[in-house]
Design a protein around this ligand. Structure first.
Ligand SMILES: [Zn+2]
Length: 294
């Protein structure tokens, strides 16, 4: 009898020990996934939960346009099991350099299936700002995660369904609220809201084109001032990161009031401080668009 008790005790100790070991190594055994920039990072994190280590490539407070990784950043990124990136030229040309230096990393382009908006041959790379397009992005993210870690397929699927329901609800709010708008035209700095305009039947007028690093032209500035006066537009939009000055000038010239619309291409310090996330920022944007179009 005593012998049985000792054996049982030993087995329990052994099992406990094994469990302790496996929970210690589990963090390191989780897949490491890098997401190219903030919206992809936040949406991937929400589906991945605690089963995957998700890291962000383009730092917060930095515009995703024109960013390039340093040698140190390259060394970190290329260790990933998988990299999720938007595509639609947003991460060109650095993503190709990463692909060339990371032969063992899987790459997933999460804008697959989105109907691109083009100006000439240039693709507008801002689909995430429309809830309709964000729904396609999260579908691709979910599929990617299920391939990266098939053992947690059901877990990802559950998180995906939950996020999908929230985004469908947001899409409905965008449709309902924006279809009631008196005005149809809104004025922004760069053409980041083209997909919102297309999907919810509005008209975006931007000072510069597809990158927030472009220089505004005085001719376009006066064109916008005329348009604002002609259509009695009451509000114009600056962005959180870049170039409030020319939009301030347009507001002053035209008598409109300046508001901020968030391109959600990164998180500003202010966004971080108030614990904003993709969904809360998308809701903020809807509130501001609604106000500007009243
Ligand atoms: Zn942009």
């Amino acid at each position: 009898m005593k012998k049985v008790a000792i054996t049982t005790f030993l087995i329990i100790v052994l099992v406990l020990n094994l469990t302790a070991c496996s929970s210690k190594t589990s963090e390191a055994s989780k897949p490491l996934v890098y997401a190219s920039f903030y919206p992809i990072y936040d949406l991937t994190s929400k589906i991945a939960g605690d089963k995957v280590v998700v890291k962000n490539i383009i730092p917060f407070n930095v515009s995703p346009h024109g960013w390039e990784p340093s040698a140190k950043e390259m060394a970190k990124i290329t260790k990933a099991n998988a990299i999720l990136y938007l595509g639609m030229t947003m991460e060109e040309p650095w993503i190709n350099k990463v692909k060339a230096s990371a032969p063992n990393t899987q790459f997933y382009e999460v804008s697959k299936g989105i109907e691109p908006i083009k100006k000439g041959n240039t693709i507008n790379p801002h689909p995430w700002l429309s809830p309709k397009e964000a729904l396609i992005i999260i579908k691709n993210i979910n599929e990617a995660l299920q391939k990266i870690d098939p053992s947690n397929k059901d877990y990802f699927e559950k998180n995906y369904q939950n996020l999908k329901a929230q985004l469908e609800n947001l899409d409905k709010q965008y449709s309902d609220e924006l279809s009631k708008a008196r005005l149809k035209t809104f004025v922004v700095f760069h053409s980041a809201f083209a997909y919102v305009a297309r999907d919810y039947e509005l008209n975006q007028e931007s000072l510069v084109g597809m990158s927030d690093e472009a220089e505004p032209s005085p001719a376009r500035m006066s064109e916008l001032v005329d348009l604002i006066k002609k259509e009695s537009i009451k509000y114009v939009f600056a962005e959180s990161l870049s170039a409030a000055k020319p939009m301030e000038a347009i507001a002053q010239e035209s008598g409109a009031t300046l508001l901020k619309l968030n391109t959600i291409g990164t998180l500003s310090q202010e966004d971080i401080d108030r614990k904003a996330d993709f969904l809360s920022l998308m809701k903020d944007n809807l509130g501001k668009l609604k106000k500007a179009l009243e």
